[in-house]
Design a protein around this ligand. Structure first.
Ligand SMILES: Nc1ncnc2c1ncn2[C@@H]1O[C@H](COP(=O)(O)OP(=O)(O)O)[C@@H](O)[C@H]1O
Ligand SMILES: [Mg+2]
Length: 214
């Protein structure tokens, strides 16, 4: 299973979601590869500041040939998560073509809904070759019980081929705090609401058996 996290807009949470999903699957005992397809190499920077043992492999592959090279590499893993590049270009196209499912993180703002149209269009183009390509919005940095949240959910309905996944991530400081230490939220705050939300998202994307506590 290859999950791409894509949105040409920067700062929406691609790297945050990619790193934390990789951690969810790795904690569940799956063999996980995190592919950094962003020339800015944020996921690699995250693993670089980490003092703890690596929990999963992180490789840099910001290449337009990603979709051709990744299948061979992916064979050794149960789940591959791609941290996508900003901007619509050949790198984003390659990352989408390499994916079985594309996640589009969006923050509850009209700017994010407008910007998402470009990524949705890339997915539509990819479906010409990959009929079964799955896609979904991940609502990120949600602020609970606000009117903007409800209007925003309605605005996303203009993309009927890309449903909003029923697993939003709320705005919380633990995301930046854990990243600064090269940790996932699950490692830094295993019993937090944020961890619970992330596991719910991970299980929606790729149902995996929860590993029994030792
Ligand atoms: N749910 C969240 N709550 C709080 N901060 C978040 C959340 N998701 C992402 N962030 C923060 O937003 C910033 C941008 O996130 P990042 O994952 O780097 O976005 P992208 O990879 O799309 O550019 C980072 O500082 C990150 O810590
Ligand atoms: Mg990023």
């Amino acid at each position: 299973m290859i999950v791409g996290v894509l949105n040409q807009k920067g700062g929406v949470g691609k790297t945050t979601i990619a790193v934390n999903l990789a951690s969810c699957y790795s904690q569940a005992g799956l063999r996980v590869l995190l592919v950094d397809a962003d020339p800015q190499a944020s996921a690699l920077a995250w693993s670089g500041v980490r003092e703890a043992e690596p929990a999963f492999v992180v490789v840099g592959m910001a290449k337009a040939t990603l979709h051709r090279e990744l299948p061979a590499l992916a064979k050794g893993y149960d789940v591959v998560v791609i941290d996508g590049p900003p901007r619509v270009n050949e790198l984003a196209r390659a990352a989408i073509l390499a994916s079985d499912m594309v996640l589009i993180p969006v923050q509850p703002s009209p700017y994010d809904v407008w910007a998402a149209a470009e990524t949705v269009q890339l997915i539509r183009e990819a479906r010409i070759y990959r009929e079964n390509l799955r896609a979904g919005f991940v609502i990120n940095r949600k602020i609970t019980n606000t009117a903007i949240g409800r209007d925003f959910a309605a605005a996303l309905d203009q993309f009927p081929d890309t449903p909003a996944l029923d697993a939003p991530l709320v705005q919380r400081v633990i995301y930046a705090e854990s990243a600064a230490r090269g940790l996932s939220v699950l490692e830094a705050a295993p019993r937090s609401e944020a961890s619970r939300e992330l596991k719910r998202l991970a299980a929606l994307i790729f149902p995996y058996p929860e590993r029994q506590a030792a």
